[in-house]
Design a protein around this ligand. Structure first.
Ligand code: AMP
Length: 183
């Protein structure tokens, strides 16, 4: 990638033992709060996914919403939300999955996407890959094609990459858990 992604790490706050003891939580909200790093991240993603010709960006609640919407705007794509249960008002598809700390579930409106859509899924962190794998399955349930997953950070000591790439989905991760830019 053309720009220096190491600047992203300056905006990361590592919070020990959150939300449960033993978890080193990577708070990436500073990347969003700084217009320089927000632009850097969105341009880097856009450069990576533009050749994949996406039509829709799908954001995972909650940090995938602002990040994904910014990427959708940059690419001229539409934006769709994957929400926590009980938030979407119409008929949904639903998937439960395991987190690095506990379990959760996601939902998507059944009519949010069509078989003509080529989708990039966006989130802040790829950890065990449970969230992203559930997101891939949900999007596929609508009939749309999932091309890739875009995240700011990949926790490379966890098996998230294989949990996602086994679904035949490319991964665009900008930095690892020590701030090193990823290829
Ligand atoms: P996973 O399903 O294990 O890949 O977890 C990914 C989701 O959980 C993302 O939406 C992240 O926001 C969040 N997450 C999991 N582990 C961490 C972590 N160590 N630091 C920050 N966010 C995390």
């Amino acid at each position: 990638m053309a720009e220096d992604l190491s600047a992203l790490w300056n905006e990361v706050v590592v919070v020990p033992d959150f939300p449960t003891p033993g978890i080193s939580f990577k708070d990436l909200l500073g990347i969003l709060a700084n217009p320089v790093t927000l632009g850097l991240a969105v341009r880097a993603w856009a450069e990576a996914v533009r050749p994949e010709k996406p039509t829709m960006i799908v954001g995972i609640e909650a940090r995938g919403f602002p990040l994904g919407a910014a990427l959708a705007y940059e690419l001229g794509c539409g934006f769709v939300l994957l929400r926590k249960p009980g938030k979407l008002p119409r008929d949904v598809h639903r998937r439960e999955y395991e987190l690095e700390y506990g379990t959760s579930a996601l939902e998507i409106h059944q009519d949010a996407l069509t078989s003509a859509d080529r989708v990039v899924i966006v989130d802040d962190v790829l950890a065990t890959g449970g969230t992203a794998a559930a997101a891939v399955e949900l999007v596929r349930e609508t009939g749309a094609h999932v091309i890739s997953l875009a995240v700011l950070m990949e926790l490379t000591f966890l098996p998230g990459r294989s949990a996602v790439s086994c679904h035949d989905v490319r991964i665009h991760a900008l930095i690892d858990d020590e701030g090193r830019p990823l290829p």
